[in-house]
Design a protein around this ligand. Structure first.
Ligand code: C5P
Length: 292
């Protein structure tokens, strides 16, 4: 049996960092959105080995790969002895703030549960997802998602509709750990001000991210000024809103219609940037289209 599953990218409509916790992680309030850009995973059973193959040489094929980790943790939790070959076709840029590796981990988890006919309830799957990384659980829900804690505690939100998105970056990788490590901010007191703000944002976001802000942007741009240039160019192409996604370096831009979006994509590519058009994928659409 072979299972094919999509592995969608995410962006962050907003990302508020509240404070550094005792476990070293940062307490977040973020609104995630799954988008149409996706990798593809092909899963087939093996007698026992877990094998990863990928068409992008920057992706590790060893136990550091989140799809590999997902397979090992699922096997352990469900006491499965079978193995799997996981072939990843990559379209989401690596270490770019679009959750590509996290999404691959979540897709492997969902796909292997089906391949191995594992019966774990949603809570157990969410716990494995959270153990893989902060941005993994959102991909078990899809659509517009509120993330709190280190981002791993996820709640479905009303869908933000957005048809004309452009994702663009200058082609370099940004380390998430470094982005957080460079952050010097926020006391608990300030955090108290931000919590209600984010909840209001979650409700008001259908007015599209008038309130969008990313607390990681300033420090990441200080290390990579090219990101500011990407933002500037996208604005000059007519984007209504532009913001860095996650820990960067991809910037998302919202356009009014497909013509301006397509023109902006052409201009960005002509200037040497990676630029891909996308749309927001609703929870229903996500759930319905995950398996091919
Ligand atoms: O959870 P994940 O392994 O994806 O996080 C990668 C790194 O990013 C962590 O090791 C940590 O340094 C940083 N991080 C953080 N606060 C978060 C999420 C990630 O400090 N909420």
């Amino acid at each position: 049996m072979t299972i094919r599953i999509k592995s969608y990218a995410k962006l962050n409509w907003t990302l508020d960092v509240l404070f550094k916790r005792e476990d070293g992680y940062h307490e977040l309030r973020t609104i995630y959105q799954t988008v149409s850009l996706h990798d593809s995973l092909r899963l087939s059973a093996t007698p026992g080995a877990i094998e990863i193959a990928c068409d992008d040489e920057r992706v590790p094929l060893d136990e550091s790969n989140l799809a590999y980790k997902a397979a090992m943790r699922l096997r352990e939790a469900a006491r499965v002895t079978a193995g799997a070959r996981i072939e990843i076709t990559k379209r989401i840029p690596v270490a770019a703030g679009l959750g590509g590796g996290s999404s691959n981990g979540a897709a492997a988890l969902l796909g292997l549960a089906r391949l191995w006919q594992v019966k774990l309830d949603e809570r157990e799957l969410l716990a494995i997802a959270a153990s893989l990384g902060s941005d993994v659980p959102l991909f078990l829900i899809g659509g517009t998602v509120l993330g709190i804690g280190r981002g791993e505690e996820v709640y479905p939100l009303e869908q933000v509709n957005c048809e004309h998105l452009l994702l663009a970056n200058a082609g370099f990788a940004v380390s998430t750990a470094t982005a957080y490590a460079k952050l010097s901010r926020l006391t608990r007191q300030e955090a108290l001000r931000i919590i209600p703000f984010t909840l209001v944002a979650a409700k008001a976001i259908r007015e599209l991210p008038l309130v969008a802000a990313n607390d990681l942007e300033e420090t990441v741009i200080a290390a990579h000024p090219e990101i500011a240039e990407v933002k500037r160019r996208l604005k000059s192409c007519g984007a209504r809103h532009v913001l860095m996604s996650g820990s960067g370096g991809t910037v998302w831009a919202v356009f009014d219609n497909s013509e301006t979006n397509e023109r902006a994509q052409g201009e960005m590519r002509a200037a040497g940037y990676w630029a891909v058009r996308a749309r927001a994928v609703s929870r229903q659409n996500y759930q319905e289209t995950l398996f091919d």
